[in-house]
Design a protein around this ligand. Sequence first.
Ligand code: 13P
Ligand code: SF4
Length: 307
Amino acid sequence: MENFIKRVEELKREKGVVILAHYYCRPEVQRVADFLGDSLALSVKARDIEAKTILFAGVHFMGETAKVLSPEKRVLIPNPEATCSLAESCPAADFAKFKAQYPEAVVVAYVNTTVGVKALTDICCTSSNALQVVESIPQDKTIIFAPDKNLGSYIQKVTGRKNMILWDGACHVHEKFSKEGILELKKSHPEAKVVVHPECRGEVADLADYCGSTAGILSYCGKSDGDTFIVVTEPGILAEMEKRYPHKHFIPAPSIEGKACNECEYMKMITLESIIACLENESPIIELDEDTRKKASKSIEAMVKVG
Ligand code: 13P
Ligand code: SF4
């Protein structure tokens, strides 16, 4: 593995490429990243970074978002088959028909969507800023919230907002965390704080001491006086937790299938080998239709303005 890491570092220098990686990536992929973050931080970084070429170690919609915000940059993606079950649960053509039924509604879409859906959206959000985005919309407006019904319900519960129409989509990773498994773990670790990503089902989010994005969870674990945490999100985040807080203890939450943790197989498709091949070949790259990109860019920029 050390040889692969050395090779990535050589190629990055030689080709002037900056690597952005999501917290759910494999630990060795996180090691070669110049910037590690949640989807909001990575979108902003992709826009502001100086480099001409970015390699996005994350799923497809993340690379697309980088290209939407920085069309002049080349965005390399190590594995175009690394998609996202949540983004795939909302095809743009179906979403266009759905949206047409509510012509007065403001469309809020989570960044975990394809560029086609973002182009049909008024304002994007991530799990970090979904609350602020929804609160920035006047109370009397109906909101279409897509594609994650769990995040949508969570925001509805926190804001008390009635007029939200939810698209029926979900992330197969976060849907599979089990309430019973977490309660069982709590028996042997009663002092543990439960940290949950809002893509989890409501009955799981209800067990949370803290519910928020990956970046929010990381920051909560640092500030909290607790020293043991049951982590109810993709376990790739544990590498960063253990690096930042070596004296604290992190336990991945089990899935309804009884697995000790719940991995996103799409994020795990990004390997050091695929990064090396991508840097050597300078391909695959993200290419977008310019009209769709411009429309999508408006909804992402609207989000970045809110915060
Ligand atoms: P974040 O917005 O926390 O980065 O989450 C991205 C994601 O894919 C969650 O499943
Ligand atoms: Fe998509 Fe879920 Fe994987 Fe996140 S964890 S990238 S939402 S499939």
